[in-house]
Design a protein around this ligand. Sequence first.
Ligand SMILES: C[S@@+](CC[C@H](N)C(=O)[O-])C[C@H]1O[C@@H](n2cnc3c(N)ncnc32)[C@H](O)[C@@H]1O
Length: 317
Amino acid sequence: MASRTLCRPLARSALRATAPSRTFTASTLSRQAQGSPNPQQNGEKYTHFGFENVAEHEKAQRVAGVFSSVASSYDTMNDLMSLGIHRLWKDHFVRSLNPGSNSGSLTPTTGPSPSQGWNILDIAGGTGDIAFRMLDHAHNVNHSPHTRVTVSDINPDMLAEGRKRSLETPYANSKNLDFLVANAEELPVPDNSVDLYTVAFGIRNFTDKEKALREAYRVLKPGGVFACLEFSGVTNPLFEAVYKRWSFGAIPLIGQLVAGDRASYQYLVESIEKFPRQDEWKNMIQAAGFVVPGKGWEDLTGGIAAIHKGIKPVEKL
Ligand SMILES: C[S@@+](CC[C@H](N)C(=O)[O-])C[C@H]1O[C@@H](n2cnc3c(N)ncnc32)[C@H](O)[C@@H]1O
């Protein structure tokens, strides 16, 4: 009953590094992908950095190196690597969330009123791809002039590209758009203040994903929505083999040829391989306290990417 009440509004208004270049066979790939990092070495916790195991304190620095290195070529590379398909995924993600909707708040009791607009936090927002789409949708589709998006990212270089891009939008220097340099695992954002938390292609790079989920839960209002667009598990084995050949064969090579940076793109494909598959990620979202509607995720392009959503229950306050 509770979960039905909670899910209804969602349905209604929403929703560098030095990795060496390597050659992978199908079996090395699956062995690498399945390996777990040693949880502790010399008393220090270890985690994945692509297929490498690194000390937890090292990971954020290595990830920062990757994104500082790719920031200026990030948007071009995204188009090349995904053959433009990431744009369709992002459009669909935003449409499914229906930001700024007047047809009801995120929840009947605590959601924003139409006159307030939605308070959206786009985590790991990078160059602003999701944020600009959110604002376009809120303004042009839902006529919600007060909906605002804070683009937050740990990497100032990525945000600088986002700021530059924002100058070509109607939202530059407006109350609708803000930028925040912050680690998703320790957000300088008040409790229960956010209507919609989005993270697209970011969370697989975080050192401690559970901690980031706990932060998402903390900052969301009761009834608020957590929405994640991330690479996931291809469901058809034949398609998976073709996809892995493309990602491990072509993407680092494109990175080398276009951006002069093979290692960063090698990391990006390895990090995809290491990210939990659909059902495991859904379980992690639930374990953080979110109510997961329906099956819990939507596969995109055969599972290359997936959208996961969770609602912060109203009752838990
Ligand atoms: C692949 S980009 C995605 C950018 C954008 N969301 C998009 O869809 O185009 C991943 C982003 O995650 C950011 N990131 C990595 N670790 C982070 C962390 N702990 N906290 C916040 N952002 C982080 C990186 O700086 C990078 O901008």
